[in-house]
Design a protein around this ligand. Sequence first.
Ligand SMILES: [Fe+2]
Length: 352
Amino acid sequence: MNIIVTDTHDLFVSQTIQTQKSTVNTFDSDAPRILVVDDHPMNRMTAAALLGIEGYEVIEADSGFTALKLVMQKQPDLILLDVMMPEMDGFQVCELLKQNEHTRLIPIIFITALNDRRARIRGIETGGDDFITKPFDHVELVARVKSLIRQKRLNEDLEHAEQVLFSIARAVESRDPNTGDHCERLTHMGKNFGEHLNLTRNQIRDLMWGGYLHDIGKVGIPDAVLLKKGKLTAEEWDIMKQHVLIGEKICQPLRSMGGVIPIIRSHHERWDGSGYPDGLVADDIPNLAQVFQVIDIFDALTSERPYKKAFTLEEALAIMAEETAKGWRNPKLIQQFTEFICSFKDWQLCAS
Ligand SMILES: [Fe+2]
């Protein structure tokens, strides 16, 4: 049990709780950690006692400022947050935590007075997850806490699963010594070009994720093919082309990957239908896959590879124009990309 005493006045109270907990606690050390934020010591004591009996690790803060500091230090699994506090109220604390990438997934339960409708609405607006009224109903408090912590754990599992995919993608990239920081550059360029095209926030995120994940399926391509120095035989090409389908299969189980999968599957399609794996024509090719393909090709052209020098901006655009004339690319999109890349004083800034 870990109780943080935020003012000396609470020392006795905290010791009392600790004593109580030591007699009832038979839970393991990774018990969920709950931060109780209230400027009234008695309120904190009540909540801490109830939660302690249930085996939660309780930490306490007597103000909004202390709460913010403790959240960063201790990463609690849930926050029980009083609304009315001097200097910084619960709404402000909640708003700050929900805007922060590192703390936004921590569930927050507001402690409000009974029937305080305005406080509830404001709580929802600031991103609060639930409410509990004073005085606490033991059963209700525990039920709400349990449910939100379960939800948080599921969200974390999902995040971990996503992280695993990104790790695999990085491993694939490092296996291929030709690509260097290709993925990193694609991510930056994807964000900048996506903004230039006025794409939605989610589309831009998918484009950025595509930067890392588009070739994740290469994890299933044998070294003899992936790392072959010379020209691939027809059979080897067929194997290489499988990477888009393997990549799709790897990412499919995760719902959050829904927007990236079209990029993974269709980033080698061509406007005239001569690409793979489906031979899609023109706007049957998913839009994000088209957008991604343009930056993927541009980056490959302007990067040095063992078999070619890095082309200049003008050379790369000329090659892309040639390919468009052949029917491989979407003429309008190539035009937009040309305008976008030429709008930079130094075009390399758009990839960093
Ligand atoms: Fe690819």
